[in-house]
Unconditional design. Structure first.
Lengths: 133, 133
DNA sequence: TAATCATAGATATCATTTGTCTACCATATC
DNA sequence: GATATGGTAGACAAATGATATCTATGATTA
């Protein structure tokens, strides 16, 4: 039971974009070498972030990725769900009982975690890091 | 990002034991057919629960599984961790930075969920089910 | 038109989960 | 103690999902 490495890459990528260059375009190349991943693989992750409306890509020379105007609102949960999808920790249950109490307990516990992740903006972490230096 | 089916089986098994026969021995056979799993597979799951000190097994005729005396204290988290292990959602991080803020945010959000799961006893759910009938 | 950069598809690899099969061990009862 | 009943453990096998890589292609700029 773990978040995927892709989610890890996505979070670091977004933090990097916010932290270092919120305005400029940054190439996948640069993002990839910073995290020691291949560009094509990271590109697939960035595509998901783009489809979720957090970044936009520009092809061609001097192209790359840029944060969308709403970048200051982006939460951890936004990023995680862009990569992991909308799945719940526990979306099946024995006999597919829609009233399964076990499922209800777990889902409601999970909601507590999601609330936390929803309230944590990536920009706040970036500011913390900037403050610490 | 999901809890495994094994965790699902474990929770339902424990609920069944608490609900139906907290005192008697119940064979894996019965538990397995109830959940539509093979006995050997469910047996492996029960072995983990036994190692975690929640149930005990008795071999031989009229044997089976029985709850341990502390059964009223058993929480959802106890069962989940007996199966999933002690892993965290996010125990690696880029460059293995022990001070990674991203990791700290996620781990602290996860703690909120674990607190909830720790506070939910399996016996409470059993009582709810009994009351609803 | 050439250089730069992102994108999508096909494919490969690997780890984990989910199981099955089998032989084996423990206990109760006759 | 033989036998039926019940749990245990190991060696597999299959399915799934994550993690990539390679290649060809499309878009943009200089």
């Amino acid at each position: 039971m773990k978040y995927s490495k892709a989610t890890n890459y996505a979070l670091h990528t977004m933090l990097y974009l916010v932290n270092v260059t919120p305005e400029k375009h940054v190439g996948v190349q640069q993002l990839a070498t910073h995290q020691d991943v291949s560009t094509t693989y990271l590109s697939k992750i960035l595509t998901k972030l783009a489809k979720a409306g957090m970044v936009e890509s520009v092809s061609g020379a001097n192209g790359g990725y840029k944060l969308k105007p709403n970048w200051e609102d982006i939460s951890f949960l936004d990023i995680i769900q862009a990569i992991e999808g909308p799945t719940s920790l526990f979306d099946y249950c024995l006999h597919h009982d829609p009233n399964c109490l076990i499922q209800k307990v777990i889902v409601s516990a999970e909601e507590k975690m999601l609330d936390e992740l929803r309230n944590q903006k990536i920009v706040d972490i970036a500011k913390q890091m900037a403050g610490a230096q």
